[in-house]
Every structure is written in structure tokens, then in C-alpha cells.
Design a protein around this ligand. Sequence first.
Ligand SMILES: C[S@@+](CC[C@H](N)C(=O)[O-])C[C@H]1O[C@@H](n2cnc3c(N)ncnc32)[C@H](O)[C@@H]1O
Ligand code: SF4
Length: 346
Amino acid sequence: MKTIPLDLIESPRDTRERPLRDLRISVIDRCNFRCPYCMPEDQFADDAVFLSKRDRLRFEEIERIARAFVRLGVRKLRLTGGEPLLRRELPELVRMLRAIPDVEDLAMTTNGVLLPRFAPALRDAGLMRLTVSLDTLDPATFRRLSGGRGEVEEVLAGIAAAESAGFDRLKINTVVMRGVNDEQVVELVERFRNSGHVVRFIEYMDVGNMNQWQGSLVVPSAELIERISARWPLRPVQRHYRGEVAERYEFSDGAGEIGFISSVSQPFCGDCSRARLSADGKMYTCLFARDGHDLRLPLRAGASDEQLVELIRARWTGRGDRYSELRSELREHAAGRKIEMFTMGG
Ligand SMILES: C[S@@+](CC[C@H](N)C(=O)[O-])C[C@H]1O[C@@H](n2cnc3c(N)ncnc32)[C@H](O)[C@@H]1O
Ligand code: SF4
């Protein structure tokens, strides 16, 4: 393979002129929840087949791949899964990633249940930001939305543990489904107003195939914004940076901020600068991808850093994905099954 010295490598652009800036790293495909919109219980019983330990990337392998991405312009890393805290040594990986020069942001998304055990070690290891998923404060709805595997009090204890460990301005991710938890949105807003944390409402997406997605269950962000601002007036805030997924709003009374991620009603493919790495080392260039590019095989076969960088660059420069913008067309005609969200990292 022809190689280019690392110091001569330029940050690549894809076929739509989008740079590569973010990498989401799924460290495990297993989860202690069975959220119906992600990993429905009826298809993932306890004996479901997940990756073996051997098939998962080791931390040293994740770090090497992450370094290659950083060479190509990535500045933000996010650990996710499955449930990332099911890898018990995760703080060690955080420490390794934090030591990579040029990483400006290192974050993690978790369902929060294991935070009481891990939050201090994650903080010590250098994790910069935390996103905790929480879909409702209602105990019965929470049980339903965790597939009967969790209690809302456990997540609230996780949030409290994160606060005590020194994480402030958490992001709280809430997937909204019509007729399931959309009536409980106002209660969530009320709970986190004035807390310094930012609740972000996510439109229920047609990721993967197993959640039996139906468009009728999506609550468009515009509807939620209207509902919330009838109670607490909101005004829009500038995006922090190009490619930021959430539309930001602040309460007019100064009680903080909330966000809306509207990938279904207002697709934002035009600015998407994200790549994803699955726990078994496949690179994906879109959340709705149907295939990935194996980096584990060359890595384990002895590829050099330069060769890894080139493989990633080639994949990125060939990227043309814009699934959300073409959703209805692609849902009807595209062949092949989409990769599940817990596989490639949400
Ligand atoms: C796949 S999870 C992985 C991390 C961790 N287990 C968690 O739940 O936070 C990452 C995020 O994706 C969101 N998510 C999963 N399936 C989704 C769907 N169908 N539509 C919208 N968001 C989804 C989850 O709510 C979560 O905030
Ligand atoms: S959304 Fe997160 S917590 Fe829920 S099943 Fe998927 S990976 Fe697990």
C-alpha cells in the first residue's frame, strides 16, 4: 500500500466538502437496558449473541485508531455503546484517550445506572463531559422504556453521583415517542430548569431495523417547542459550532437552556462531520449506514499508523452519506439492513 508520511497528511473532505471532526467510539455492544427504540427485549433476551471479548477492540487498539482519526482532523471523541460502563476498566481508556495531543473534547454517553460506581474514577481519568439518557421521570414509563431492566431512581442517583464527582452542565438525552412519554416532557423540563444541566429532546429515529420504527410515533421538535414555551417562554440561541446536532433554546426567565435534536423533521446531514467506530473495529460514516469498513483486520495484521490513516482517509473522502435528507426515498428503495445503533454507537 502506498503511504504518505503522517506530517504531510491534510484533513480530508468528503464528497460533499464535509470535514472529519468527531469520532464516536462504541466500546461494547452489550447493554444492561432493553430500550424498545434501540434494543427491544423480545429480540435481545439474556441469551442473545453479542461480540465475544476477543472480537472487541482492546483499549490499546481503540487508542491507536483514535490517534489515526485525530491525525486526520478529529478533535472530539465520545465514548458510547451499548452501555459503555459495562467495560469495567473504562476509566483506563479515558486516561489513554485524554493523553492524545489535539483532543479538545472527550465525552461519554451512558444510561447512568453505573455512574455511582464510576463517576469519580472517570473524572480523575480526565473525562470532560457526560451525557446521561433519561426518557421520563415517571417510574412505570421508565420501566417500560428500559425494557423492565431499570428504575428511574437509579438514573437520578447516577446524575447525583456525576454532580458530586464534579461534572457540571450534564446533557440529559430524552427520546420522545408519541403516546409513550411525550406527555411527560414538561415534568422533565421542570425538574432540570435551574439545575445547570441541559435536557435535549431527541426525535425518535429509524436507526437499525429492530425497533419497528413508525413515523407516526415521532413527535416533531416544533410541537414540543410550542408546548414547552407555552409554559416557560423560550428563545433560540446560536449554535456553538457548525455541525452541532442540537438546536439550542434558552428560557427567557434565565433558568437555563434546552436542546432539540430533529434528525427526522429537520435533517442536518449538510454539516455532519461525524464518524463512528464499532466495538469490533468497523468504521461507519453515517448513523444509518448499511455497511462499515473493517479497521480491526489490518490493525491486527500489523498495519502501520500511516496505513491506518490512509484507510480512514480513503473511506472519508469517498463518503457521500445523507440518509436523513433522503429518508423517505431510501426507506423505500435501499437494499440491505441498516446497522443497529447499539452496534455502531449512538
Ligand atoms: C445507543 S445509546 C448508547 C449509550 C447509552 N447506553 C445510553 O443509552 O445513553 C446513545 C443514545 O442513543 C439514543 N437512541 C437510541 N435509540 C434511538 C432511537 N431510535 N432514536 C433516537 N435516539 C435513540 C439513546 O437514547 C441514547 O441517548
Ligand atoms: S439506548 Fe442505550 S441504554 Fe437503551 S438499549 Fe440502547 S444502548 Fe442500552
